[in-house]
Design a protein around this ligand. Structure first.
Ligand code: HEM
Length: 401
């Protein structure tokens, strides 16, 4: 029997037993989707690190997923220009220019804004003393932080965030219905107009936000074109909110399921940075990313032909017993100096550009909950997962205090 069904709804709810079976029986697995699935940490790391042998080849991948007509879709025209699906030499160029804008100093300066936004979202429910943590906190929080990063006025955050959310299904491997495609096309139409106007405004009048820095980033006379600016501003929204929202909900759920770890973190807040890495290793929102083999290669004994699609299962790599002792145990004191870097943030040249920002958001959110809402409890019966296996997260998680 096939140990892994990529269309099994259970994968979106709790994929780890299926990954463990696959890793033990067939770690380089040809799945029913026609793509190889890798579940060992070592293999997933190589998939991300070796950018000569494994590339995104986004157009090829999307044509296989959605048919050749996908190239005519307006959303596709923007997605193909995004840094996270580009290959060298285009990727190297985009990364050099975007790195100039994404500095640690800028991320650190955002901390006070993140703290203010998190506090406001919790205080909005302070009278009723309960909320749907997903709808009322985990989604609006990173959306407003990204909006602030990009220098968007507070009044526009909600509407821009709602359009960005309509683009989430484009990142999945599941087929997109005509209705979902229409919504994605409408969203890129509105977002591209918005960011084009913003790019023009920042060109004329630079400000101190990341988008302005992207507009003015230059390397040997080379700058990002308007289409690239629009596409990558949209990407920052898409990459920066769904993962962080998913991860924040999963982190709270994991702590709820491990009261000893929750108590330990409350008692020893200095463990927070390790705890956040561990929570994201234990249950990660970005469950996988795919590449195309550019030449014949092997993983273990398995021969891979050029042109094969290969999915690196990040969630499976993070629970590989060859990489982590007791991988199914949440241990916020885990010594990451004695273990390989979790695959949570990808690796190699495409290593997540927003990881420092994301880590800071997790720290801000969890610290706020511990310090100001120490009696907060999860309502067990409210726990429901989203149906999306690659972008893992919760649909509802009610909390009260
Ligand atoms: C828990 C939160 C996050 C997780 C788990 C995460 C995960 C990842 C992963 C796995 C990749 C690599 C994908 C690949 O190689 O195919 C990636 C890339 C990227 N992420 Fe994140 N991410 C998170 C938050 C963010 C945030 C907050 C931002 C920005 C605001 C961001 C921006 C990016 C960008 C721009 C890339 C593409 C980098 C490149 O291709 O050079 N991410 N992320």
């Amino acid at each position: 029997m096939d140990p892994f069904n990529p269309l099994d709804p259970q994968l979106a709810i709790y994929p780890y037993p299926a990954y463990a079976a696959l890793r033990a029986q067939d770690p380089v697995h040809m799945s029913a989707l026609g793509a190889y699935v890798l579940t060992r940490h070592e293999d997933v790391s190589r998939l991300f690190a070796d950018t000569d042998t494994f590339q995104h080849q986004y157009v090829t991948q999307q044509k296989l997923r959605a048919g050749p007509e996908v190239e005519a879709e307006p959303y596709f025209d923007y997605f193909r220009r995004m840094i996270f699906v580009s290959d060298n030499p285009a990727h190297r160029r985009l990364r050099t220019l975007m790195n100039k804008a994404f500095t640690l100093r800028r991320v650190r300066e955002l901390r006070v804004h993140a703290e203010r936004i998190a506090a406001e979202l919790m205080e909005a429910k302070s009278k009723q003393r309960h909320m749907d943590f997903i709808e009322d906190f985990t989604y609006p929080f990173p959306l407003r932080v990204i909006g602030t990063v990009l220098g968007i006025p507070d009044s526009d955050h909600e509407v821009i965030g709602a359009h960005a959310t309509a683009l989430n299904p484009v990142l999945e491997f599941l087929p997109m219905s005509e209705e979902v495609k229409a919504k994605a096309n409408e969203a890129v139409g509105i977002l591209s107009e918005y960011f084009e106007a913003l790019a023009n405004a920042r060109r004329a009048d630079p400000t101190d936000d990341l988008f302005s820095a992207m507009v003015h980033a230059a390397e040997e006379g080379d700058v990002l074109s308007t289409d690239e600016l629009i596409a990558n501003a949209i990407l920052l929204y898409v990459a920066g909110h769904e993962t962080t929202a998913g991860g924040t909900g999963l982190a709270l759920l994991s702590l709820h399921k491990h009261p000893d770890q929750w108590a330990l973190l409350k008692e020893r807040p200095e463990l927070m940075p390790t705890a956040v890495e561990e929570l994201l290793r234990y249950d990660t929102p970005g469950q996988g990313s795919a590449r195309v083999a550019t030449k014949p290669t092997t993983f273990g004994d398995t021969q891979i032909d050029a042109g094969s699609i290969i999915l690196g299962c990040i969630g499976a790599a993070n629970r590989d017993p060859e990489a982590y002792a007791d991988p199914n145990t949440l241990n916020i004191e885990r010594d990451f100096n004695q273990a390989p870097r979790p695959a949570t943030w990808g690796g190699g040249a495409h290593l997540c550009l927003g990881r420092m920002l994301a880590l800071q958001e997790f720290e801000v959110a969890l610290s706020l909950l511990f310090q100001k809402y120490p009696t907060l409890e999860v309502e067990e019966e409210s726990i429901a997962f989203r149906p999306t296996p690659l972008m893992r997260g919760l649909q509802t998680l009610r909390v009260s205090w």
